[in-house]
Design a protein around this ligand. Structure first.
Ligand code: AHR
Length: 660
C-alpha cells in the first residue's frame, strides 16, 4: 500500500499547521445542509458490441461462426477431406450446417477446425463444455483442442470422443478439463467413423461463467462490471442500435428465444475504420436482450435498453442516411412497446411468455427506455414523437430518454435540447468524447442547467487525451475532476456512463476504453477505478462544498482543484472527493462546518488514485500499476489540514458519531 504524502510525518504536520493554514485552499463543507438526492442510478455502465466486446469478449462463446452463417459461410473454419456446406438445417433463421462424409481412404481424414476469436483461450484445470447439434446413426466424432504453431505441431492437448446416435437432429454435449493454459488454441473435430454426420451450432464455453449460466458470460469480465456496483446498465449501444442501414440495426426481437435460432447480424464496427478492419466481426446475438436484462438484474443495475427510432446511423451515411417515413413508423414503435412487454409483461402476454420460456417468469422491472442513439436534425424529433406518444399511453410510468446528438455543445446540441424539452422526454442523453482541455474547463457545466426541464443522462463520455491512444492516468484524473461537477449537480444529472466499456487488445476499433482484455486476462484501467470509486462512494445526498463561497470546479484561482461532497445516510458518512489536477502539491483545509456540538467525525479513511507519471497506464502485462490506495486518516475536531499530492484524486470518508 502506498503512503500518501499527507501522512508522511505526523509531527511535522502539527508544526507546519500555521503555515499550512495561511496557504491552504479552504474547502467549506456544510454538513448540516443535506441537499439533493444522488440517484441510485447515478454511476452506471454503457455496453456496446464494439472492440469485440460481446462476441469474442463478454459473451463466453469460444467458437466463431458457430452456425456457419457468416456471409462467407466457412469463415473462421478450415475443413479437411469431405466436408459439404448444407442449408436445410433445423433452425430456420440459421439454415446452414456442415455434412462430414467419408474421405475416401482409411488414412484420409474428414474434419474441420475453428480458429476462435484471435485463438481460443483455455486455462489449465478449468472445465469446458463442448456442444453440437448433430445428426447421424452410429457415428463418432473426435473433439480436440490443438495448438499447431509450436514444436508440438498438430498435437492435441484435449481429445474426446462423442457418439452421434440418431438420424434426428439432437444436441450433444461433453465436458472436459483443460490440462494446460493456452491463449490461442484451435478446436478441431474429426469424423471417426466411415459414415456421414451433420453438424450445426458448434459451441464451446467455459463451464465457469458468471453466475454459472449455460449461455453465459466470461467471468472475469462480468465480475469487473459487477464490482463497479453499477446503478444503471445501458445496452446494446451506441451506433449499433442504429445500423449502417435499417436492416442491420439492432433488432432486439432477433436476439431472444433459443440461441441456436438467433440470426446473425453484421457489426458495423467491422468496417467503420479501414485501418482497423475486422472482416470476421459479426453479431451472433448470443448475448441478446434476455442476457442483458439478466446481467442488469444480477449486478443490481437498472436496465436501460436503447431502441432504434427508424433512423440509421447518420455518421455512417454522411447525410444520406436511410430512414423510415414518420407515417410508416408503426412497426418500430410496436417493437418498443413489445420490448417493454418482454421486460415487464405478465407471463400470459405474448412477449412476457417469451421471457418466461427463456427462464425468467418474474418481470425485469424495466423503468427506462431510450429512443434513438446519436440522432440529429429535424428528423429526430419528428421520429421521436410517435414513440413518446405511444409509450406514454401504454406505460405512463416509463421514463423516456431522448438524445442531444453527438456533440457536447454546438449547433445540433443547441437545437436538440429545446426540442427534447418540448417533447417532454424525461432525460436527455449527452455524449462527450473530448480532450483534456475540455474536461478541465467543464467542471461547472451543469451548475446553471435549467432545473425545470428533463434530467441529464451523461450517456457516453471519456477524456480522449494526448494522441487519443491510451488510457493514461491523466485522462482518468480529468474524468474524476469533471465528475465532481456531475455529483454537485445530482439534482439535474441522474445517470452517467463512461464509454466504451470493453476492448480486446487485438480486436479494438476505438480507444480509450474502460476494460481491456485478451483471451485469458483482463485489465482495469485508471478510468475504471475512477468510475468504481465514484460508484462505491456516491452517497445519498449532495452536501454543499465551496471555496470562497464558490463551487470548486477548477476555475481560475482555485489551484487546479475540483471537489464535491456527499452524505451517505445508511452509513452515516460524509464523503469528500478532491481532485488536484495541478502538478504542484496543494495544501487543503477540509472544514466540516455545521456539525452539532454533540457530534464528531471519526473513522477517517483516505483513498487516493495517483501515478508516478501522468502518462502511465495499467496494461495486461502490468495490470496493477495504478490502483486505489487506502489509508486511515486522523481528524482533529472538524477540520482536516492536509496536502494533496500533484495529479491526485483523493477521496475522504468520515463517519458522523454522536458523543455519548
Ligand atoms: O462509443 C463509441 C461510439 O461513440 C458509440 O457507438 C456512439 O454512440 C458514439 O459515437
Amino acid at each position: 500500500m502506498k503512503l500518501h504524502k499527507t501522512f508522511l510525518a505526523a509531527a511535522a504536520f502539527a508544526a507546519g499547521m500555521t503555515l499550512h493554514a495561511q496557504n491552504a485552499s479552504n474547502l467549506l463543507i456544510q454538513t448540516n445542509k443535506i441537499g439533493a438526492e444522488v440517484q441510485p442510478t447515478m454511476y452506471g455502465l454503457f455496453f456496446e458490441d464494439i472492440n469485440y466486446a460481446a462476441d469474442g469478449g463478454l459473451y463466453a462463446e469460444l467458437v466463431k461462426n458457430r452456425s456457419f452463417e457468416f456471409p462467407q459461410n466457412l469463415m473462421g473454419w478450415n475443413t479437411y477431406g469431405n466436408v459439404v456446406l448444407m442449408n436445410d438445417g433445423p433452425f430456420d433463421q440459421n439454415p446452414h450446417y456442415v455434412r462430414l462424409g467419408n474421405a475416401g481412404h482409411n488414412h484420409k481424414h474428414t474434419g474441420l477446425e475453428n480458429e476462435g476469436f484471435f485463438g481460443i483461450g483455455v486455462k489449465e484445470g478449468d472445465e469446458y463444455r463442448f456442444s453440437v447439434w448433430a445428426r447421424g446413426k452410429n457415428q463418432k466424432i473426435r473433439v480436440e483442442l490443438i495448438k499447431n504453431n509450436t514444436m508440438e505441431e498438430g498435437q492435441a492437448f484435449v481429445a474426446e470422443d462423442l457418439n452421434i446416435n440418431s438420424d434426428e437432429w439432437k444436441q450433444y454435449e461433453l465436458t472436459f478439463t483443460s490440462p494446460r493454459t493456452e491463449p490461442k488454441a484451435r478446436l478441431r473435430i474429426f469424423l471417426e467413423t466411415p459414415g456421414t454426420v451433420d453438424l450445426e451450432h458448434i459451441s464451446l464455453f467455459p463451464v465457469d461463467t458468471y453466475n454459472g449460466h449455460k449461455n453465459g458470460l466470461r467471468k472475469d469480465l462480468a465480475q469487473a462490471l459487477a464490482e463497479t456496483n453499477p446503478g444503471v446498465f445501458r445496452f446494446p449501444g451506441g451506433c449499433i442500435v442504429e445500423g449502417t442501414d435499417l436492416d442491420t440495426r439492432y433488432d432486439w426481437k432477433k436476439s431472444v428465444g433459443p440461441v441456436e435460432n438467433r440470426p446473425l447480424n453484421e457489426n458495423r464496427w467491422h468496417y467503420t475504420f479501414k485501418h482497423r478492419f475486422f472482416p470476421d466481426y459479426y453479431q451472433s446475438y448470443g448475448l441478446g436482450f434476455y442476457e442483458y436484462f439478466l446481467l442488469s438484474e444480477e449486478m443490481g443495475a437498472e436496465p436501460l435498453p436503447i431502441v432504434s427510432c427508424g433512423l440509421s446511423c447518420q455518421f455512417q451515411n454522411e447525410g444520406e442516411h436511410t430512414h423510415v417515413a414518420v407515417c410508416d413508423l408503426d412497426g418500430y414503435v410496436q417493437d418498443a412497446l413489445d420490448l417493454i412487454e418482454f421486460a415487464n409483461g405478465d407471463v400470459n402476454t405474448t412477449w412476457g411468455k417469451v421471457r418466461a420460456d427463456m427462464g425468467h417468469p418474474a418481470p425485469f422491472n424495466l423503468k427506462y427506455i431510450g429512443v434513438g442513439n446519436e440522432q440529429w436534425g429535424p428528423e429526430y424529433p419528428e421520429h421521436l414523437v410517435p414513440f413518446v406518444t405511444a409509450i406514454r399511453k401504454a406505460y405512463p410510468d416509463m421514463l423516456i430518454i431522448g438524445s442531444s446528438g453527438p456533440d457536447s455543445e454546438g449547433k445540433q446540441f443547441d437545437y436538440l435540447w429545446p426540442e427534447m424539452k418540448n417533447i417532454k422526454v424525461d432525460l436527455v442523453d449527452e455524449h462527450f468524447y473530448r480532450p483534456e482541455s475540455w474536461f478541465l474547463s467543464q467542471g461547472n457545466r451543469y451548475d446553471n442547467y435549467d432545473r425545470k426541464g428533463p434530467k441529464v443522462f451523461a450517456g457516453e463520455y471519456a477524456c480522449h487525451g494526448k494522441g487519443k491512444k491510451y488510457n493514461h492516468f491523466n485522462a482518468a484524473l480529468l474524468e474524476a475532476a469533471f465528475m465532481t461537477g456531475i455529483e454537485r449537480n445530482a439534482d439535474i444529472v441522474t445517470m452517467a456512463t463512461y464509454a466504451p466499456l470493453f476492448a480486446h487488445v487485438e480486436g479494438w476499433q476505438w480507444r480509450p476504453d474502460m476494460i481491456w482484455f485478451d483471451n485469458l486476462n483482463s485489465v482495469r484501467t485508471c478510468s475504471y477505478y475512477v468510475q468504481q470509486l465514484y460508484s462505491h462512494n456516491k452517497g445519498t445526498n449532495v452536501v454543499p462544498l465551496t471555496m470562497n463561497k464558490k463551487p470548486v470546479s477548477g476555475q481560475e484561482g482555485q489551484n487546479g482543484l475540483f471537489a464535491s461532497a456527499v452524505w451517505d445516510a445508511p452509513t452515516n458518512m460524509y464523503i469528500v472527493k478532491v481532485v488536484n489536477t495541478s502538478d504542484q502539491p496543494q495544501p487543503v483545509s477540509l472544514n466540516f462546518a455545521g456539525m452539532k456540538k454533540n457530534t464528531k467525525l471519526a473513522n477517517g479513511v483516505l483513498i487516493t488514485l495517483s501515478a508516478d507519471h501522468p502518462d502511465l497506464e495499467n496494461t495486461i502485462e502490468n495490470p496493477n500499476l495504478i490502483t486505489p490506495q487506502e489509508t486511515a486518516v486522523m481528524i482533529d475536531g472538524n477540520v482536516l489540514e492536509t496536502e494533496i499530492a500533484p495529479n491526485t484524486f483523493a477521496l475522504y470518508k468520515f463517519s458522523k458519531e454522536t458523543n455519548s
